[in-house]
Design a binder for this molecule. Structure first.
Ligand SMILES: NC(=O)c1ccc[n+]([C@@H]2O[C@H](COP(=O)([O-])OP(=O)(O)OC[C@H]3O[C@@H](n4cnc5c(N)ncnc54)[C@H](OP(=O)(O)O)[C@@H]3O)[C@@H](O)[C@H]2O)c1
Length: 291
C-alpha cells in the first residue's frame, strides 16, 4: 500500500462506480473521491452507500449540488435556496455520512440571464445556504466548482468582499487544454474569493478524453524536467498541478492501472521556467486574438 497522498482526487463523473476501483484507489494511497448529486443519473450517492459504504470512511468525500432532475428525464440547474437545502439534506442521508465538502455545482448555469446585481444576490444566497449547511453539520465544509468561471467572477465582483460567504475551496479546469482567458479568470476568481493555491482543485486534466487526437500529437518535452521519462498522459496530469498552480487535481478513470500511472506521475518534475513562459505565450496569443 502506497503512502496517503491528498493531491489526487478520484472523480466519479464518468465512473462505473466500481467497488474494485475504490479499493485500488485506497491501495494507491488516494484518499479523496469527488462525486455530485447528479452523477450516475442522480444515483451516485446511493450506489456508493450500497456498494462501498464500508470504504467511504477511508475517503474524504466531496460532492456537488446545483443540478436537479427535470422534466422528461433531463437534468436542470437551479440555485433556488430551498432546492439546494433539500439536496444537502438528501445527500447526507443517502450517503449515510456527512460529506467532507459540498461544492456549488457550476453556478454560472443559473447566472447567465441576470443583471450583475441580481446575479450577485443569487450567488450570495446560494453560498449562504452552503455555509449554513456547514454550520448545521450537513457538510464539513463547502466550496464552488465552476467550468465557465466568467459569470461567477462577475457576480463575486458585483457582490463585493463582504457580501459573500467565503468558500473553503474552489474547483476549476486545469492543465494544458485550458485557454489563457480561462486561466486568467480563475486566478482572479481565486484571488477575489481568497482561496489559496493549496485549496484550489484542478479538474478534468485531459478535457474528459485521452483518446482525443491532441494527446497523440502534443509535445510536452519543453515543459518537463529534461532527465526523466514519462508518457504524454502522465506529463499532462503532472502539468495540471502547474497550469494554474493548484493543490489537488480531480481526474476520472475506470482502470486501476491508469490510476497507478497517475499516482506515479506525481513524482515527475516540471520545468517551472518553461511552464511560466508557456503561460505567457498563451496570454500573448490571446491578447493578439482580441486586439
Ligand atoms: N463542473 C464540474 O464540477 C466538473 C466538470 C468536469 C469534471 N469535474 C471533476 O473532474 C473529474 C475528472 O473529469 P473528467 O472525467 O471529465 O475528465 P478527465 O479526468 O480529464 O478525463 C477522464 C478520462 O481520462 C482517461 N484517463 C485517465 N487516466 C488515464 C491514463 N493513465 N491513461 C489513459 N487514459 C486515462 C479516462 O479513461 P479510462 O477510464 O480508460 O482511464 C477518462 O476517459 C470528474 O470526475 C469530476 O470530479 C467537475
Amino acid at each position: 500500500m502506497r503512502r496517503s497522498d491528498t493531491r489526487v482526487v478520484l472523480g466519479l463523473h464518468r465512473s462505473r462506480h466500481d467497488r474494485g476501483l475504490l479499493e485500488s484507489a485506497l491501495d494507491l494511497g488516494i484518499r479523496n473521491i469527488d462525486t455530485a448529486f447528479n452523477y450516475a443519473g442522480f444515483r451516485s450517492h446511493a450506489i456508493l452507500a450500497r456498494t462501498a459504504g464500508d470504504l467511504l470512511p477511508h475517503f474524504s468525500v466531496s460532492t456537488k449540488v446545483g443540478f436537479f432532475p427535470g422534466a422528461e428525464g433531463r437534468s436542470e440547474h437551479s440555485l433556488e435556496p430551498a432546492r439546494l437545502r433539500e439536496a444537502l439534506e438528501t445527500t447526507a442521508a443517502t450517503l449515510g455520512r456527512v460529506p467532507d465538502v459540498v461544492l456549488l455545482h457550476n453556478p454560472e448555469r443559473s447566472l447567465g440571464d441576470l443583471e450583475p446585481a441580481a446575479a450577485a444576490d443569487r450567488l450570495a444566497a446560494a453560498a449562504g445556504v452552503l455555509a449554513d449547511a456547514a454550520h448545521a453539520d450537513l457538510c464539513r465544509s463547502w466550496g464552488i466548482s465552476t467550468w465557465n468561471p466568467q459569470l461567477v467572477l462577475a457576480a463575486v465582483t458585483a457582490v463585493g468582499p463582504s457580501g459573500l460567504a467565503r468558500p473553503c475551496c474552489l474547483m476549476h479546469r486545469a492543465g494544458i487544454l485550458v485557454p489563457a482567458r480561462v486561466l486568467d479568470i480563475i486566478d482572479n476568481l481565486a484571488r477575489a474569493l481568497e482561496v489559496t493555491t493549496a485549496r484550489r482543485w484542478g479538474m478534468s486534466p485531459f478535457g474528459g478524453d485521452t483518446a482525443d487526437g491532441i494527446w497523440r500529437t502534443v509535445a510536452l518535452q519543453p515543459l518537463m524536467a529534461a532527465d526523466e521519462e514519462w508518457s504524454t498522459v502522465a506529463a499532462a496530469f503532472r502539468l495540471a498541478f502547474a497550469l494554474p498552480p493548484v493543490g489537488r487535481v480531480a481526474v476520472g478513470t475506470n482502470r486501476p492501472e491508469h490510476l497507478g500511472e497517475l499516482v506515479r506521475a506525481l513524482d515527475l518534475r516540471v520545468d517551472d521556467r518553461n511552464v511560466s513562459r508557456f503561460r505567457d505565450m498563451l496570454a500573448q496569443r490571446q491578447a493578439r486574438a482580441v486586439g
